[in-house]
Design a protein around this ligand. Structure first.
Ligand code: FMN
Length: 384
């Protein structure tokens, strides 16, 4: 008796599963490693659909709280098109009440998709908000249409070579190793209108920014709804992270034991708990160990937010190429009422011309950090 191929695969290995991916079926680990999408992206080069090949990279984009708010629709009637929408359940309503940061993350996704396609010679035209700019929050309308060109329509961008190594490095930076003015200027060169680049290595200015950033970080940590939004998105230990490879992953060497012993729990992250104290003890010296800051400003409007996300990805890649690390620090840029004072101070310091500061990040040299988890690309794609 001959078994169908699917059953044979199941019988051969309980750890494998056949997964539909953009019109073809691929073999995947049934119990996937939360970091597997980082290895899958280069392997997707074998996929027949250029959109899937590029989207496999795009899911590795930086994004707030690692919510991965993207849905990539693949219209059957338009094989050269991806319709990018926001997964409205993956927003951060307390700390990002107007979905500004979420839109930045979607911009980073669009730019990484474009760079991945350019790597194989295809242009991707990104049309922001083709059915209008939603406000005050995002809605079900497309965030962008990504139209893929023919082979030979684009040249590779050297920034793409950093895509697998790019990180948000949340750790102390080497204060004995200053960032050279030319290194800062090189980051600015990958940014284009309507986005404007700012940065400083000046110790007085660094100290001013750090002071505002630290005070706003403390406000977020002591504002119950804002802090709970983060705590509710924490995933504890490898099992918790594998079940939900998004949000704030509390896992890795030294942590697994604490999770298994019931010492590192969601409750321990609330004020008074050991996890909460650990978090504060980690952040204060980390912010102190910051030799430079970079920031991006734009005008208002959704298209500018999307552009800021595209350019943040580029700055992050350019920093990686230069051996530099970046760590976004968004608390003073957030629009919830409790943080309005530091918001005004930070805008006064970085954008006295009335622009919106879309991204602010620490910049410096740091030891390498591991990648963050991702949902597999097939979970973020819809055939329509
Ligand atoms: C708009 C935006 C805001 C962010 N804000 C913060 C922040 O305030 N603090 C922080 O530690 N990381 C912040 N990040 C970094 C994300 O946490 C990070 O991109 C995500 O966890 C994925 O990790 P990766 O960039 O290393 O792939 C931000 C990223 C984006 C795009």
């Amino acid at each position: 008796m001959s078994l169908p191929r699917r059953s044979l695969l199941r019988a051969a290995s309980g750890a494998l599963a056949l997964v539909p991916l953009g019109g073809v079926t691929v073999l995947r680990a049934a119990d996937p490693d939360p970091l597997a999408p980082w290895a899958e992206a280069p392997r997707a080069a074998a996929h027949p659909d250029p959109r899937i090949r590029a989207l496999s990279w795009a899911v590795l984009a930086p994004n707030p709280h690692n919510r991965q708010p993207w849905i990539a629709e693949l219209p059957a009637a338009a094989p050269d098109t991806v319709v990018l929408r926001c997964d409205l359940d993956r927003r951060l309503p307390v700390t990002d009440p107007f979905d500004r940061q979420i839109t930045i993350g979607l911009g980073a996704f669009a730019e990484l998709c474009r760079l991945a396609a350019a790597e194989e010679g295809r242009a991707v035209a990104v049309s922001p908000f083709p059915e209008g700019e939603p406000g005050p929050r995002l809605d079900g309308r497309p965030v962008a249409i990504l139209r893929f060109g023919a082979p030979g329509s684009a040249a590779p961008d050297p920034l793409f070579r950093q895509a697998a190594a790019r990180r948000s490095a949340k750790r102390p930076y080497d204060t004995a190793r200053p960032v050279a003015a030319e290194s800062l200027a090189a980051l600015g060169r990958v940014v284009a209108a309507p986005v404007r680049f700012g940065g400083t290595t000046d110790p007085d200015r660094v100290a001013t920014i750090r002071d505002i950033a630290w005070r706003s970080w403390q406000i977020e940590a002591t504002t119950e709804a804002a802090h709970l939004e983060s705590v509710n998105l924490m995933r504890f230990g490898r099992t918790g992270v594998a079940a939900n490879p998004d949000g704030i992953s509390v896992w890795g060497p030294g942590i697994e034991e604490g999770v298994a012993a019931g010492q590192i729990t969601r409750e321990s992250m609330l004020p008074g708990g050991a996890g909460y104290r650990f978090m504060i003890e980690r952040y204060a010296p980390m912010l102190a160990a910051t030799p430079a800051y970079v920031w991006l400003t734009t005008g208002r409007g959704r298209a500018d937010q999307l552009a800021a996300g595209r350019d943040w990805l580029r700055v992050n890649l350019a920093a990686t190429a230069a051996g530099l690390s970046v760590h976004p620090l968004s608390q003073a840029l957030q629009e919830f009422p409790e943080v309005a004072g530091p918001y005004a101070e930070m805008h006064g310091a970085l954008a006295p011309d009335g622009a919106t500061v879309q991204m602010l990040a620490r910049l410096g040299y740091a030891a390498p950090v591991p990648p963050t988890p991702r949902w597999p690309v097939e979970t973020r794609i819809r055939a329509v």
